[in-house]
Ligand binder design. Sequence first.
Ligand code: EPS
Length: 388
Amino acid sequence: MQFVTAGESHGSQLCAIVSGVPAGLVIDEAQINADLARRASGFGRSSRQEIEHNTVSITSGLRFGKTLGSPVTLLVANADGKNWSDRMSTFGKAPKNLAREVTPRPGHADLVGALKNNTDDCRNVLERASARETAARVAAAGIAREFLAALGVEVFSYVTRIGTAEFVEEAPLESAPDYKPLDIEMSEVRCPNEEATEHMLKMIKVAQVKGESLGGCFRVVATGLVPGLGGFESGPERLTSQLGAALFSIPAIKGVEFGLGFEAAQRNGSEVHDLITHTKKSGYSRASNNAGGLEGGMTTGLPLIITAAMKPIPTMASPLKTVNMDTLEEAEASQERSDVCAVPSAAVVAEAEVCFVLANAYLHKFGSDNMDDIQAALAAYKKRLLKG
Ligand code: EPS
């Protein structure tokens, strides 16, 4: 299952095409819209989200709510696009008074993208580098999420840190799979702990007043996985490498940890590796989940637990110093409206990326033509594993 997205942040719409979708999968538009709404919400987003509707329109690949096996096209309109139709017109001449973006933001793709693509207007870069594009990813991943749900897999996320405000968990690798999505979504920063939520909200409010921006950390959890997804035979087959690449494809993601992550580097082996157990009823399992559900590049059958870190957003209400590309003199970086913090949203985007990787691992192992054959192959595999 592959997807490609198209669309600029202030163009008329975003588009995603998902190919390699098995036939016979029930798709619920409302579910995709709910994910889009989760991505757009979260305390600290800019007023842009008040303009956007963030609803999907599916124009191919479905008949009566079920996939046909053909590519699925998903469209998400940019409501703000109408305010930019002259400056972002796909044809015609640029307006005479067009203001070019010549004060690149440190930390954004503006400067290096402009140098790379030989343009004197950073807008030609920032329109696509904008995290608006992640709305298309979340819409596309709705297909992967429905596929996984049909196979008993659930993927969710929660925020563990905004700036220095941390949700301290005693044993996160044990507790993470048990958080209830409803409790997470009740929090304005998508953190399942009230006290930590309050602390994070305060942190964002202070940053807002100062014209600052904030990063943070979040966890993505997948439950219901069978063991043996991915592969050990080559680097690209390792699910660890696929998940890492997928998560690092999200703008501003600077670190990814699996299970114990960096913590494992300072422990003895006996305090890291998960002891192997077996019962007749459930087959093989582990006494702990320090590995975060991955061993040798494959799922162990325990919950997948990934933690990722996001840097602060480069667009700041108190702009940083930069260089004006016309005059080569010191200037203040571009600033219009800006998110103070988008960590809760990035976590939803990370869910989307994880959904695609896991969906592909299932398709690779159990076939890809239609849901009935895939479900039969999965059932046969589960039966074999129980035989030991
Ligand atoms: C973004 C800048 C802001 C964000 C945008 C990402 O947009 P604007 O320049 O229109 O104010 O709101 O995020 C979204 C629109 C979104 O839906 O996530 C950036 O520069 O990355």
